[in-house]
Design a protein around this ligand. Sequence first.
Ligand SMILES: O[C@@H]1[C@@H](O)[C@H](O[C@@H]2CO[C@@H](O[C@@H]3CO[C@@H](O[C@@H]4CO[C@@H](O)[C@H](O)[C@H]4O)[C@H](O)[C@H]3O)[C@H](O)[C@H]2O)OC[C@H]1O
Length: 432
Amino acid sequence: MVHASLFTLLLAATGVVCSPFKRRAADGLNTRAVAAGKEYFGSATDNGELTDTAYVTGLSNTADFGQITPGNAMKWDTIEPSRGTFSYTKGDAIVALAQKNGQKVRCHTLVWYSQLPSWVKTGGFDNATLISILKNHITEEVTHFKGQCLHWDVANEALNEDGTYRSNVFYDTIGPAYLPIAFATAALADPDAKLYYNDYNIESAGAKSTAAQNIVKLVQSYGAKIDGVGMQAHFIVGSTPSQAAQTTNINAFVALGVEVAITELDIRTTTPATAAAVTQQAKDYAATVGACKAVAKCVGFTIWDYTDKYSWIPSVFSGQGAALPWDADLVKKAEVYDAILNAWGSAESGTPTSTASAIVATSAVATPSVATSVVVPTEVVTSTAAPAVTSDASTGTVAKWGQCGGTGYTGATACVGGTTCTKQNDYYSQCL
Ligand SMILES: O[C@@H]1[C@@H](O)[C@H](O[C@@H]2CO[C@@H](O[C@@H]3CO[C@@H](O[C@@H]4CO[C@@H](O)[C@H](O)[C@H]4O)[C@H](O)[C@H]3O)[C@H](O)[C@H]2O)OC[C@H]1O
C-alpha cells in the first residue's frame, strides 16, 4: 500500500495520474492543449537554467509542457562561432532533456540577423561565397539534429515593420532568394522536420503580416518546402490584438497552405505588476489561446520560458517584465495559469474547436498558383512558379538575385532601375 502510494505520487510528479480504474494524463496546459487538438503546449528554455533543479522539475512536467524550444542553444553564434567550427553541446543538452521527458523540440533558429557571429556579419563575402556559407551552416546543423526537431525555425525576422525586407548580410548580398535557398537546403537535410518562417508583430493583419504571407508565397514559388509560420507573439498587457483579429490573421496564413504555431508568447507589463495588470494579462493570454484553438491548423503553442525568473524581457525592455505564467519564485500565477487552462477547454476532451473557423481554414487551403516562368536553383526545383520578387526595386548598385532571373528564366526581363541584366551564377544576376 505504501509502495502503491509512492508510485502514484511519482507518476503525478511526472504528469501521469494512476488509479486502479483508469490511467490518464494529469491536467495541465499541455494536456488541455492536446485535448483541444493541438500537438503541444511548450516552453522555451536555456542551458544556464538547467542547473536549477526546481526549474527543471517544472519544465519537465509533461502535463504542462509537451515541447521545449532552445532559446539560444541552436543560434548561429552558438553553433558555428567561427567558420567551419561547429559546437552542438548546448543544443544536444536541451534535446537530451526533452527526449528524457518525452517532449517534442522546436528547433530555433537557422538564419537570423541577430546573434550572428561577426565572421558572417562583417565578412564581406561575395554572393556565391555567402550562399555557400549559408548552405553549409544549414546542412551541417540540420543534419546534426536530424530526426530530433519537430519544427525548424529556418528564417527568423526577415522583415521590417513596414513589410519591406530587413537589411541584413543575407538580404544585402544574396537578395530575397536567401529565403528559398535556406528552406530548400533545410528540407534536403531533414525532409521530416516541419520548416517555419518565424517573426514578431505578424499576429494581426497589417503590412508586416502581409509581407510574411508573401514570404510564404516566395518560398513556394521557388518550389521549396515551407510548412509553417511562427507568430512569436511578444505582447504587451492591454495592447494585444483581439482574439478575433488573431484568428482572422492565422486563417490568412492557413489559406496559403501552411500551418501556424504560436512560438514565443510572453505578455509584458511595467514592473512591479499591479493586480489590474495581472487580471488583464490573464485575459490577453486567453485571447491568444482562443485564437489558436479556433483554427485547426494552428498546431502548437509555446511561451518564451515559463517563469519570470528566466524571462528575457527585463534585460531588453527596461522596467518591463512579469510576462509569464509563473513568477520569479517559480510559483504559478493562479489567475493567469487558470485563464490559459480554461481557454483550452475541458481536461477530458477540450471544447470542440470552432467548426466555423476550422472549416474556413480547411476549405481555404490552396495550392499556390503555378505560373509559367521558372526561376530556381537546380537543387531547389520541385515545381514551377513565377518569382515573387518583381517588387524588389533595388537597382544595379546592389546586386540582387531575381532582378533579371536565373537559370531557366523564361519570363519577362525585370531589370528594375537598370537596362542590362548580367547573369553571375544560378542564384544571382545583376541589373546595371
Ligand atoms: O536569452 C535571450 C533569448 O531569449 C532571446 O530570444 C529571442 C527573443 O525573441 C525573438 O526576438 C525578439 C523579438 O522581439 C523583438 O522586439 C519586438 C519589437 O517590437 C515590439 O512591438 C515587440 O513587442 C518586441 O517583442 C526583439 O527585437 C527581437 O530580438 C527571437 O526570436 C528569440 O530568439 O534572444 C536574446 C537572448 O539574450
